[in-house]
Design a protein around this ligand. Sequence first.
Ligand code: GRF
Length: 196
Amino acid sequence: MHMVLGILGSGSGSNMQAILDAIDSGTLNARISIVLSDCPDALILERARKRGIETGVIDCSGFRNKFPDEAQRETAQRLLAAGVEVVCLAGFLRLVKRPLLDFFPNKILNIHPSLLPAFPGLEAWKQALDAGVTEAGCTVHFVDEGMDTGPILLQESLPILAGETADSLHARIQCIERRIYPDALRKLLRENLSAH
Ligand code: GRF
C-alpha cells in the first residue's frame, strides 16, 4: 500500500526532509504531494519547491497564533485536491482544530519533542530540563482537539546527560525525531494493511 502525504510546517522542514529521505531510500512507501505553510518565507517551502513538490501558503488573515476556520477549510480543500490521505504536522506552529480535523479524522499526525503526555506545549525539552526529570524524548501522535493530547503512535526516550543544556538536549531529541517520524509512518502503513 502506498500513502499520499501532505505536510504542514512553519519552520526549517528537517522532519519533512527525513520523511523524503526515507521515501527516496525506498524504505517508506509513500509520496509527499503537497507542503503548506503559514509562513511564506519558511525554509520548508523552499526545500519542497527544490524537490518539485507542490507548495502553498496558508493565509491566516494576519492572526499571529490563531488558525482561523476559513483558513482551515481552505487548507483542507488544498490537501484533498492534492489527493492527500495522511497529514503530517512537522513544526506547524498553529493549533489544528475543527473544521480541519473533521476533513481528516484520525489521519493527522504531529511530532512533539517530549515523552507525551508529559510536557505538552512550547519548548518541551526546556520544560523537561526545568522539571529535573532523568529522561526526555519525542512522540508521534494523532492530533485531536487538545494541545499535544491525541493517541500516541510511537515514542522514544533518551537519558538526560550530566551537564545537559537546553540546546544539547534539543539537538539530541531532533536526531531521534528524524528517525521516528518515518518509523511512525511505516507503522501506520502496516496497521492499515492489516486492517484491510
Ligand atoms: C521539531 O523539532 C518538532 O519537535 C516541533 O517542531 C520542530 C520542527 O522542526 N514540533 P523542522 O521544521 O521539522 O526542522
